[in-house]
Write a protein that binds this ligand. Structure first.
Ligand SMILES: C[S@@+](CC[C@H](N)C(=O)[O-])C[C@H]1O[C@@H](n2cnc3c(N)ncnc32)[C@H](O)[C@@H]1O
Length: 215
């Protein structure tokens, strides 16, 4: 997601403003596509997960609660403060390393049994494909890559957002360009989900869900 109206704003400023001073902007719960995939991801003691664009920590906290050691990265310090507080409340903060970084340039020498990127969209300039390809390189043999995006914007998104093409699941697979000799694509599906709009109404929107396993 990238729209010209926001292009002039740098990513840190945009996201710090988006999180604002008020309360949470996300549900605090694990994303349904991750919850759905969880039973097939292995996990168990010592399993390592990387959550890219972790926001207020719903996925990271859910993974830590399921026993994963999580590294959770986001550009927004405000989001990470909320996420860390929620993790303390949930009693899992010790299992999560919160990293404030710009994923446009961030990388690590570590590898992970799960790399998850849920709704890693940004209306400001963001090399999403490059970031996701780099993320795939961080998956350990036998580990999984989960990418979940909006296949289209919900009706309540601002009008500029609707001008932006969002990749379907099959387009995300093409963008990832995973080496067929090393990866099995287990799921590539535009999956309907009921979402609640700002006025409380429920609308079905499609998530583009890709789950791949490194051999
Ligand atoms: C749409 S939110 C999704 C948050 C969370 N994954 C979820 O599903 O609730 C996108 C997140 O990506 C983060 N983000 C956007 N651009 C980023 C960047 N360049 N580096 C790191 N994080 C970024 C934002 O701060 C925000 O928390």
């Amino acid at each position: 997601m990238h729209s010209d109206n926001a292009a002039a704003v740098d990513a840190t400023t945009f996201w710090e403003d988006r999180y604002g001073d008020a309360g949470p902007i996300w549900s605090g719960r694990m994303n349904p596509a991750l919850a759905d995939a969880l039973p097939r991801l292995g996990g168990g003691a010592g399993a390592r997960a990387l959550d890219l664009g972790c926001g207020e920590g719903g996925d990271a906290i859910g993974l830590a609660s399921a026993g994963w050691q999580v590294t959770a990265v986001d550009i927004s310090g405000r989001a990470l403060v909320r996420a860390s507080r929620a993790a303390v409340t949930a009693g899992v903060d010790e299992r999560i390393a919160w990293v404030r970084a710009d994923l446009s340039t961030w990388t690590t020498g570590a590898s992970f049994d799960l790399v998850s990127a849920c709704f890693l969209h940004s209306p400001v300039a963001f090399p999403r494909v490059e970031v996701l390809q780099r993320a795939a390189s961080l998956v350990a043999p036998g580990g999984h890559l989960l990418v979940v995006g909006h296949a289209h914007m919900p009706p309540w998104a601002d009008e500029h957002a609707h001008d932006v093409h969002l990749p379907s699941a099959s387009e995300q697979v093409a963008e990832l360009a995973l080496d067929e000799a090393s990866w099995d694509v287990l799921v590539a599906e535009d999956r309907p989900r009921l979402a609640t709009g700002p006025d409380g109404s429920e609308v079905s929107i499609d998530d583009a869900v890709v789950l791949a396993r490194r051999r």
